[in-house]
Write a protein that binds this ligand. Sequence first.
Ligand code: SF4
Length: 376
Amino acid sequence: MTMSLPMCAIDFSNDEMGPEEAAIAQRIAELKEEMGDDLLILGHHYQRDQIVMHADLLGDSFLLSELAAKSDAKNIIFCGVHFMAESADILTSDSQRVILPNMRAGCSMADMAALNEVEIAWDQILQETGLKDPATAKEGDSCLIPVTYMNSAAELKDFCGRHGGIVCTSSNAAGILQWAYDRAGPNGAVLFFPDQHLGRNTGISMGIPLEQMAVWTPGQENDLPSDVKIVLWHGFCSVHKRFTVAQIDSFRQEFPDGVVVVHPECPMEVVQAADANGSTEFIRKFVAQQKPGTNIAVGTEINMVARLDSQHENLNIQCLEPTVCPCSTMYMIHPAYLLDVLERLSEGEIPNQVIVEKSVQKGAKIALERMLSIKK
Ligand code: SF4
């Protein structure tokens, strides 16, 4: 599921690196060597190559947090965005520190759901539907189960833990929703946040009709069908919402035998027009299974698509949107920031540590551990 990247994989002769970048890469490698097993560098698939080359492990957000928890490293540098470092902090021991090279690296989707807005929505939905909060429900009650995508702040994971809910990722969302419905009772429903597209696409794959779904936008009038099964928070990923059906049509016109694979954070119409959809790990495996010479359009973040292309010389891989930009917040992890935190660590400082308050950790850990206990 993850790729281990040994130090010997580093190629400082990379033509694309100027002398300044090469010097930064060299110094990072030296500091890594000095710190040995005390240090673990995690790299998300959407990071640029100049970061990935230093990562001990490469993977998606949850796998990296899980691997951080299994490691004994004292200092864990998470080359990803803030919510990922929070999850790693929740799952690691008190003696381990999780460090984010640039504290401004957030996630626009995660920022679309704030705790106070979710709390207001929660009360309104319970009142409007008559459903019960699982934390106080009696046997036989129909309940509203909160489900948060991994891409959310720790305090929302805590909210889910405190209200009988759970966390999901893009690779286990259907299994997690099934878990939620098994607990919600016959007329129960799910409040899914923050990504409406992942929630809708997963609901459709489970056979839930669109008429039983509703989008919830805070501060607006929100109409819920009387038999609502899933209330979708209005959030979205600014990278994945850029993919369109027109792009798929144009790719198919050029390559009638080509295949299209997209991430389930893409809009429903795009997911339905694609040949396959799934998490970053799914996309990696899907691409690896294609016959030599296949033309493949991939609807996900450009750094990952470019890396897939360079890893599979016998395939013709392109990004579905030719002008797509990298995820702007992932891109905030520049090698100079990575070097800066390493220098400061080597001088005995603890820079940019991400700490989730104990009061928030408790519920968040419950919601994360509920997810861990379910296999897909
Ligand atoms: S790709 Fe989208 S969901 Fe992932 S970190 Fe960037 S904005 Fe957030």
